[in-house]
Design a protein. Structure first.
Length: 176
């Protein structure tokens, strides 16, 4: 992801999330800078069609909705904060391809886990990507989780050799 992608990224955000979950452009730009190397876009012949924001964070730490990222560059966990796919490419496997690419990058960097907050009924999608719900959270993290409207679940994926084989056979992020 590059700063020039931001107008399309914000447009995709507004198409995919209700207004109360839309985060401001200044925050997105700050996140892009803070998480350099851990943000991606998918591109097809019409341009950017999906995006994924991630950053290295301690396992068990949840970023509240609307809060800036606080990357910990020596952490062994890739926190995926925001995945959104334009409705024009929905159902084409773009989300899964971006996630597989992010996890492959995490494994190549020696990270052992990935975590996220599942929102908008996406828990089953994330379970198919290897994530499991973690219910036992510190009180401060439960409060952070409550910043997301609707049912929200903190989920973790342990990155291991079995996942590496799965990622290799499924391929990396693809041009759609």
């Amino acid at each position: 992801m590059q700063p020039a992608d931001m107008p399309v990224v914000l447009d995709i955000q507004s198409q995919c999330y209700p207004p109360e979950m839309n985060e401001p452009e200044a925050l997105y730009r700050e996140r892009l800078t803070a998480s350099a190397g851990w943000t991606w876009v998918a591109v097809n012949e019409m341009g950017v069609c999906a995006y994924l924001f991630g950053y290295r964070s301690p396992l068990g730490k949840i970023t509240p909705l609307g809060a800036p990222f606080a990357p910990q560059h020596d952490a062994y966990n890739l926190y995926l904060h925001d995945l959104a796919v334009s409705p024009r490419v929905a159902g084409l496997g773009v989300a899964g391809a971006l996630v597989r690419h992010a996890l492959a990058c995490a494994m190549a960097a020696g990270l052992s886990h990935s975590s996220l907050v599942s929102v908008q009924g996406s828990r089953e999608f994330w379970q198919r990507q290897g994530y499991t719900v973690v219910s036992a959270l510190a009180a401060t993290q439960t409060e952070a989780l409550a910043s997301y409207p609707g049912p929200a679940f903190y989920m973790v994926n342990s990155l291991d050799k079995a996942l590496a084989a799965s990622l290799a056979s499924a391929g990396q992020a693809r041009h759609v």
